[in-house]
Design a protein around this ligand. Structure first.
Ligand code: GLC
Length: 547
């Protein structure tokens, strides 16, 4: 189907001192939803392999897979019962080896999701640990007596609702779970746990996997004394019962976590050219500490600001600048627009602004991560209440935060089930899948997919855009603008984050140059100078005349 999608990209212009994970583009695949090959309605590894040509055509350098390991699927694979296997739903270890080979053959990289904070309650480690108080693995998890009155050891809450402590009647102690009770937290203060998880990492690294995205990295170590988390100082909230009603200052982001991250990094560094990415939801000042002292921590602590901040030009401009300012010397930035835990970008900001978001992601300084389907403008799919499967949605119905809507099958074509599966997909497709799909968009110059592909192409061919410097130019209540530059080239990016037309007229400077890419195809190739007028929802990438 994708015969005409041959690779046309060469990165000759990127200076050799930059690593692939600095100038490359990461693409997150949610395996259940990418491509089904055996028609059970769930995506799998063999299916994924058939779509690698598409990813190469798009210009992707690196594919990150959400968990594919054996799991009871209480949290859709983030509850792992065997760290060294492949879940039968996704295929076999042979399928994985083949996929890895196919990825590498195309000059791309493959990242796996490492979930070291917790296992499944069905993992043999936990089964042993809960079997008796004197089992050698008892201390591999966080067990504690109740208070004198038998109540939970402290006030820590689960991210998915309710107390984070589960009573075990058999051994008459509580165990801690930051997420579901089916996801007991490992005790990372125990050296045996550290060694066991490093062995898991080594297993995959020896297979040739190019790195890991580490799940909830900032959760890995908890306060030794298990002190109560303080409530958020908001008098309006009387009944503290939700995770966000407390500041998780004792249950997350403990100083000792950095020793663990450094240990992981040391292992990565004993292999050639691997990358360690951390999932971390923290304010910038804390986030950047995960680069570690002298960059001995994570290569890329995921930067989720574009995913969490209000879509407002002044706020985004300030966030970009404070992030740039907070980065430690020699650390490398990165940006994320969507993932499997949050609403899709096109649903958060709307279809027109989704193009602005794409332009921002792919012209800012730092490694971009694209969530599957965002490149065709997929939006969150409304899932009827009786079809909700995400535990976060089921446990907290009053909050309406099910993650199912952003995890729906990739929309490939006008065929049955958008070409994803011949069988009923595990989550439903939207009514517009016949129009919003890869097949329909790939030859349409005006489509979101063509826009993404052009942006990626331009970025990859330009060292200024992939690895050049960033400097802010100007921001107001509509516009954000900045310069990307290296010794050969200067790009001016102007993004209108409002629906109204605007004028770009920074004081004491003026720019002239050719519009290399506009969100509006008709404007490409035009020459602009001085006061530049911009339509509502328009973004411009201008190659500045330095003469
Ligand atoms: C991370 C994952 C999320 C999962 C949670 C618990 O935040 O991205 O999907 O539910 O960890 O593992």
């Amino acid at each position: 189907m994708m015969e005409n999608m041959t690779a046309t990209f060469a990165v000759e212009t990127i200076p050799a001192q930059h690593k692939w994970w600095q100038h490359g583009i990461i693409y997150q695949v949610y395996p259940r939803s990418f491509q089904d090959s055996n028609n059970d309605g769930v995506g799998d590894l063999k299916g994924m392999a058939t779509r690698l040509d598409y990813l190469q055509w798009l210009g992707i350098d690196c594919v990150w897979l959400s968990p594919i390991f054996p799991s009871p699927m209480a949290d859709f694979g983030y509850d792992i019962s065997d760290y060294r296997g492949i879940h039968g739903l996704f295929g076999t270890m042979e399928d994985f080896d083949e996929l890895l080979g196919e990825v590498h053959q195309r000059g791309m990289k493959l990242l796996l999701d490492l979930v070291p904070n917790h296992t499944s309650d069905q993992h043999p480690w936990f089964l042993e640990s809960r079997s008796s108080k004197d089992n050698p693995k008892r201390d591999w998890y966080i067990w504690h007596d109740g208070k004198e009155d038998g109540s939970v050891p402290n006030n820590w809450l689960s991210v998915f609702g309710g107390t984070a402590w589960e009573w075990d009647e058999h051994t008459r102690q509580y165990y801690y779970h930051a997420f579901l009770k089916e996801q007991p937290d490992l005790n990372w203060r125990n050296p045996e746990v550290q060694a066991a998880m490093l062995d898991v990492m080594r297993f995959w690294l020896e297979k040739g996997v190019d790195g890991f995205r580490v799940d909830v990295m900032w959760h890995m170590i908890k306060d030794f004394q298990l002190r109560d988390n303080p409530p958020v100082p908001d008098a309006a909230i009387t009944e503290k019962r939700l995770y966000d009603d407390f500041m998780p200052v004792y249950s997350t982001d403990q100083p000792e976590v950095h020793q663990i991250v450094r240990m992981m990094r040391q292992l990565m560094d004993s292999f050639e050219d691997r990358v360690l990415i951390g999932e971390i939801y923290l304010p910038i000042q804390k986030l950047v500490t995960y680069y570690g002292e002298n960059n001995t921590g994570a290569h890329l602590p995921f930067n989720f600001q574009l995913l969490t901040l209000p879509w407002n030009s002044l706020e985004i401009a300030a966030a970009v600048d404070s992030y740039e300012g907070a980065l430690p010397v020699d650390s490398w930035p990165n940006w994320v627009l969507s993932n499997h835990d949050k609403p899709r970008v096109a649903s958060r900001v709307g279809p027109s602004q989704a193009r602005i978001a794409a332009m921002l992601l792919l012209t800012l300084r730092g490694t971009p991560t694209i969530y599957y389907g965002d490149e065709i403008g997929m939006t969150d799919v409304p899932i009827p209440v009786d079809e909700i499967v995400d535990p976060q949605g089921l446990n907290l119905p009053e909050l309406n935060i099910s993650r199912d809507p952003s995890r729906t099958p990739m929309q490939w074509s006008q065929e049955l089930n958008a070409g994803f599966s011949r069988n009923k997909p595990w989550l439903r497709l939207p009514y517009n899948a016949g129009r919003v799909n890869v097949e329909r968009q790939k030859d349409d110059a005006y489509s979101m997919l063509s826009f993404y592909r052009k942006l990626i192409d331009i970025r990859k061919k330009s060292a200024a855009l992939s690895v050049g410097s960033y400097s802010p130019v100007y921001a107001d209540t509509q516009l954000i603008s900045y310069i990307r530059q290296d010794s050969d080239e200067t790009f001016l990016v102007i993004l209108n984050m409002s629906h109204r037309p605007a004028y770009f007229r920074p004081q004491n400077t003026s720019y002239k140059g050719l519009i290399t890419l506009s969100t509006d195809e008709e404007r490409n190739g035009m020459y602009v100078q001085d006061v530049i007028s911009i339509a509502g929802d328009e973004g411009l990438l201008i190659r500045v005349d330095n003469g």
